[in-house]
Design a protein around this ligand. Structure first.
Ligand SMILES: NC(=O)c1ccc[n+]([C@@H]2O[C@H](COP(=O)([O-])OP(=O)(O)OC[C@H]3O[C@@H](n4cnc5c(N)ncnc54)[C@H](OP(=O)(O)O)[C@@H]3O)[C@@H](O)[C@H]2O)c1
Length: 408
């Protein structure tokens, strides 16, 4: 039996979704019954209540568990709760623990969570159980939680100077974790996990502009000003101090290195920031209910022809559909015949459940090239399935050079 901790968090929830989609039975450790409902409705997922801060709650959760995923929050208790879990797991006879760690764990790091991850890794290595450390870089959703306020101001404020960072999609981390938990040969391994490219904040702002259709500019802010802004936005002082330590490390370029491990383990390149943004932006807007209706005048690119796919998702995207859509988006960038000739955006309407995939092609030949590709057929089929037939696919039928979206 596999046990996943941090099950209600960003990575744990995604991992559980992916394992369940693969037909793998697992147990999810959650602290409160209230948060268990969504997880327990997934096929093969059993939910157990436990709190890693209260070791007496762990033996029941660990019964018959042979592999476990260890995740908890970045908070002052992280070292203690993860150490409690390691001790309880060793006692319960767990054979292999996979730990979600930071990209640069180090007992001497100036960044407090890097020190804690370093110490937890050491304790896990000394526990007698097999271990795998997944040393993840910055999670891409870090930017997207704030997309509405970034768009509202048109400015991305960060104390990053010109440093680059190789952030990673949480779906990729979960896929690596699922692979490690369900196959052999990963015992005693340390896997640094990043996206496919290191980006400066100027580049991140450009990509957010493209994904949202709004002009966004990066503004480097002095570290003290960033901290003051966080404190006035009610970020707890402990966390504001931790973030100041983290950004000081990032400014030194400590998270700029790109790791090949995702490609090696998954046999495909990691999700790019562009691909992630195409999905995450509409979701962020939907979650915050601040999305502006797409303005056709803003989305018309000069001398380009348009096609549009509109659909209504029934149950969200499952893994296969998400993959098909990602392969569609990455092909737009990667295929020599299409690269730079297609502009693509995914948007959600403010009112109602409709999503739009809007694309613009440089000329008719590009549209024909696209329509002849197998990945495009798969993409439209999957979009159709995801929407359970509620798709108004004007799939790559050219609407008009200037016809407003609202009439499409
Ligand atoms: N942010 C980054 O860019 C980044 C990069 C690399 C590594 N990391 C590391 O990733 C980890 C966080 O992962 P995440 O973002 O996926 O998590 P998250 O969204 O912050 O959620 C944390 C999860 O841990 C659970 N949890 C916390 N304390 C617990 C306890 N005492 N007992 C049981 N469950 C507990 C939470 O449960 P509740 O729902 O009950 O609170 C929640 O499910 C941290 O260790 C962080 O240092 C972060």
């Amino acid at each position: 039996m596999i046990l996943v901790t941090g099950a209600t968090g960003l990575n744990g929830r995604e991992l559980i979704r992916q394992l369940s989609a693969r037909g793998i039975a697992l147990r999810a450790l959650v602290r409160s019954v209230a948060k268990a409902a969504e997880l327990s409705s997934l096929p093969g997922v059993g939910v157990v209540i436990g709190d890693m801060a209260r070791p007496e709650t762990l033996p029941a959760a660990l019964r018959d568990v042979d592999r476990a995923m260890l995740i908890s929050s970045s908070d002052p208790a992280m070292l203690e709760v993860q150490s409690n879990f390691i001790a309880a797991a060793a006692k319960a006879g767990v054979k292999h623990v996979v730990k979600l760690s930071g990209i640069m764990p180090d007992l001497d790091s100036p960044f407090r969570f890097a020190r804690m991850h370093g110490e937890i890794e050491k304790r896990l290595e000394a526990s007698g159980m097999a271990y795998t450390h997944l040393r993840a870089g910055e999670f891409m959703p870090a930017y997207f939680r704030q997309v509405p306020s970034i768009v509202a101001k048109g400015l991305l404020f960060l104390p990053m100077e010109n440093a680059k960072i190789a952030s990673i999609d949480v779906g990729d981390i979960a896929e690596v974790a699922a692979t490690v938990l369900t196959s052999s040969g990963h015992e005693g391994k340390i896997y640094p996990l990043t996206g496919p490219e290191a980006l400066s904040m100027v580049q991140v702002a450009e990509k957010l502009s493209a994904a949202t259709g709004n002009s966004i500019r990066y503004v480097n802010v002095p570290p003290d000003d960033a901290k003051k802004a966080q404190l006035s936005a009610d970020v707890p002082p402990y966390l504001a101090d931790a973030l100041a330590e983290l950004f000081a490390e990032r400014r030194k370029g400590k998270e700029a290195q790109v790791s090949p491990i995702v490609q090696t383990l998954l046999g495909r390149r990691p999700t790019s920031f562009d691909e992630f943004a195409a999905f995450a932006t509409p979701r962020s807007f939907a979650a915050n209910n601040r999305r502006r209706e797409p303005d056709p005048r803003r989305t018309l690119e000069q001398n380009m022809k348009y096609f549009l796919i509109r659909y209504r998702l029934k149950d969200g995207l499952d893994e296969q559909r998400r993959r098909e859509m990602l392969s569609f988006i990455s092909a737009l960038n990667d295929e020599p015949a299409l690269s730079g000739r297609i502009s693509y955006r995914c948007m959600k309407t403010r009112e109602g459940p409709d999503y739009y995939h809007l694309a613009a092609a440089a000329d008719d030949q590009t549209v024909q090239d696209l329509q002849s590709r197998e990945f495009f057929t798969r993409y439209t089929e999957q979009t159709d399935l995801a929407a359970d037939g509620e798709v108004e696919v004007l799939p790559l039928e050219i609407i008009a050079e200037t016809k407003p979206l609202a009439h499409a």
